[in-house]
Design a protein around this ligand. Structure first.
Ligand SMILES: Nc1ncnc2c1ncn2[C@@H]1O[C@H](COP(=O)(O)OP(=O)(O)OP(=O)(O)O)[C@@H](O)[C@H]1O
Ligand SMILES: [Mg+2]
Length: 380
């Protein structure tokens, strides 16, 4: 077998997808002297605004995909719902990392759960559901409450429904008809945490300190780092993430979302083979950001130091922050321990991720208090 290829500064990286994760990746890559091209169906995307070249074409436009891939040295993605066929076309024209196989597993909830189950990783009980009859059988098997989730294209809690005792299962199934779905046991978790792990072409791995995440309306709201959990739980969480990255034979960055139980047990919720919202703290508060780490991994470079520089907290800025008019930027910019990130999206729709704030502190409590105060100040 030939040695894996290494791509040094001056090389061109292709990014499939045009969102904020690609935007921050582009910032990290261009800072280190790489060129960045991005491909998505849209124009003037968050990534495109920071890229050397933006291609707006459909993911099923084979000629456009091949042409794009021929113009880059290595291709990665910032969003896992890229059709696998698209990535396979690209892989005939350039190096693709992570592989189409990783994408294939992680873009489909049922495949992902079956993969994790086979890997011996603990996860909530689940059943595949393709009809109202399947749903009734799955409820009988798993019990209630439970959560019904579409198998593909879910994000920020879209395509999910909690099912409680007494609910009409035929009605509950109706919006899912025609799609594959998974029923999952409802987990009474103590905390939600996530682990970012990178794995290089040489198989070396590096994990970040565990992130503690609070969701609101199924969307990530606040992350504090390091998580306020027992050191033994943090160690187990990181070991699980490394094991999953190894089993996937990943080259790149992976976020592993987990439920931490009151008895100290951990169940895996889901995987994202790319930078993750919960890792945004790292842009400001880590020796190496998750975006630089993704770059290092996909370029075949040694991984960077994942230590935090100080305790930190991240809060998302959804379109709701704009509900009362233009946010009060001056108020936040006057806070010396708060960093403002905006994604260059024109329309602040409710629930849309428009940006985030990262705050530093002597403790995570102080950092979280600053981040929340800063977000409130924006709306004042
Ligand atoms: N089985 C479950 N038990 C309890 N809470 C759950 C369960 N599944 C999901 N949730 C809650 O809903 C949130 C979103 O679920 P999930 O991570 O599956 O969604 P998603 O739509 O894929 O979102 P994203 O990709 O943005 O993380 C979880 O972080 C958790 O707070
Ligand atoms: Mg999730």
């Amino acid at each position: 077998m030939s040695e894996p290829r290494v791509f040094f500064p001056g090389s061109t990286i292709g990014v499939m997808g045009g969102g904020q994760l690609g935007r921050m990746f582009a910032i990290a890559a261009r800072r280190m002297g790489y060129r960045v091209h991005t491909f998505s169906p849209d124009e003037d995307t968050p990534t495109g605004q920071l890229a050397d070249r933006e291609v707006a074409a459909r993911y099923d436009d084979e000629a456009a995909v091949r042409d794009f891939a021929r113009g880059v040295d290595v291709l990665t993605f910032e969003f896992e719902n890229i059709p696998v066929q698209t990535v396979e076309w690209a892989a005939e024209c350039c190096v693709v990392r992570p592989s189409a196989k990783v994408l294939h597993v992680c873009q489909h909830r049922l495949r992902e759960k079956e993969f994790l189950d086979q890997a011996g990783v603990p996860l909530p009980g689940f059943q595949a559901v393709g009809s109202a009859g399947d749903l009734a059988a799955a409820v009988a098997e798993l019990g209630l409450p439970a959560v019904l989730k579409t198998a593909a294209f879910g994000y920020d809690g879209k395509g999910q429904r909690k099912i409680a005792p007494g609910d009409n299962l035929v009605e509950a199934w109706a919006p899912f008809a025609g799609t594959g779905a998974v029923l999952e046991q409802f987990v009474r978790f103590e905390k939600e945490v996530s682990v970012l792990v990178a794995r290089g072409v040489d198989g070396r791995t590096a994990t970040y300190p565990v992130c503690e995440n609070v969701h609101r309306n199924h969307i990530l709201d606040v992350t504090i780092v390091p998580a306020n959990i027992a050191p033994a739980a943090a160690e187990r969480a990181c070991a699980l993430a490394v094991r999953i990255a190894e089993q996937l034979d990943l080259v790149g960055l992976l976020a592993v979302e987990m439920f931490l139980l009151a008895d100290g047990g951990i169940l895996i919720n889901e995987l994202a083979p790319r930078p993750h919202n919960s890792g945004h703290f790292s842009f400001d508060a880590s020796a190496t950001s998750q975006f630089e780490q993704q770059l290092r991994a996909v370029c075949g470079l040694p991984l960077g130091n994942t230590d935090s520089l100080c305790p930190s907290a991240m809060v998302n800025l959804l379109g709701d922050v704009w509900a009362g008019g233009e946010p009060d930027w001056a108020a936040v910019l006057a806070m010396p321990d708060v960093k403002l990130h905006l994604y260059g999206k024109a329309e602040p729709r409710a629930g849309r991720k428009m940006g985030h704030l990262v705050a530093f502190g002597a403790t995570t409590e102080e950092a979280a208090a600053r981040a929340l105060a800063a977000r409130s100040a924006l709306k004042a």
